[in-house]
Design a protein around this ligand. Structure first.
Ligand SMILES: [Mg+2]
Length: 216
């Protein structure tokens, strides 16, 4: 493979293994003002979805004013995540052995995504780390992947995308003709787009050999 592009949330670590404690100030702030706009049940739904779905998608679903969301996001930007608050997916330390060009592309609030990268101590594994802020115009994984191919003159046939989300990184990689590897997560269906599936990074070396030979 010329390069492997990894997702962060539910790929390098399972979101269920991220402690909720550092996020308490954010959720208290959010709960306080949002009660004027949404019911308590809807607030609980927002809380649940924020752990599993992209933040922009969740916030669009509810009638919440952007300027209020912005105030809560400022709190989110100040959150510190410690190594003890987050558990990496098994075999993450093998990433440097898979390829010389490992790239991390993650969507989310930049300060928060960087806090996770630091807590996981994976920063050195990647040639490049790109945080895509979904709340800014022009965000999206497909244009980012396309820019990477162009920048490094890579052939998409020899690029693997490793991620969990069928609608974001897996779709983007598929559209660009890359090899798609889905990491299995409880409660998520297998993506029909995927060339292969892994449980954790111990499976990846073998799977990369298989997908390399697979034509499409
Ligand atoms: Mg993900």
């Amino acid at each position: 493979m010329q390069a492997i592009i990894y997702d962060l949330d539910d790929t390098l670590y399972p979101t269920h293994a991220l402690s909720r404690i550092p996020f308490q100030p954010f959720f208290s702030h959010f709960h306080h003002w949002s009660s004027a706009y949404i019911t308590n049940e809807q607030f609980q739904e927002v809380v649940k979805l924020l752990w599993t779905r992209p933040i922009d998608e969740v916030l669009r679903k509810f009638p919440l004013p952007l300027e209020k969301i912005g105030e809560s996001l400022k709190i989110l930007q100040e959150i510190q995540i410690d190594a003890s608050d987050i558990t990496a997916t098994s075999g993450v330390n093998l990433i440097p052995t898979f390829c010389n060009n490992n790239i991390l592309v993650t969507s989310g609030i930049p300060a928060l995504q960087w806090a996770k990268v630091r807590a996981l101590a994976v920063g050195d594994y990647f040639k490049e780390i790109i945080v895509d802020n979904p709340l800014l115009p022009g965000a999206g994984k497909q244009p980012l992947f396309a820019r990477l191919i162009k920048k490094y003159h890579w052939d998409p046939k020899f690029i693997a995308v490793v991620g969990d989300n069928p609608d974001t990184e897996l779709q983007a990689g598929h559209n660009l003709g890359m090899k798609i590897i889905q990491i299995k997560k409880s409660g998520t269906d297998k993506s029909p787009l995927a060339d292969a599936y892994i449980n954790d990074f111990h499976d990846l070396k073998q799977v990369l050999k298989q997908v390399r030979l697979k034509g499409r």
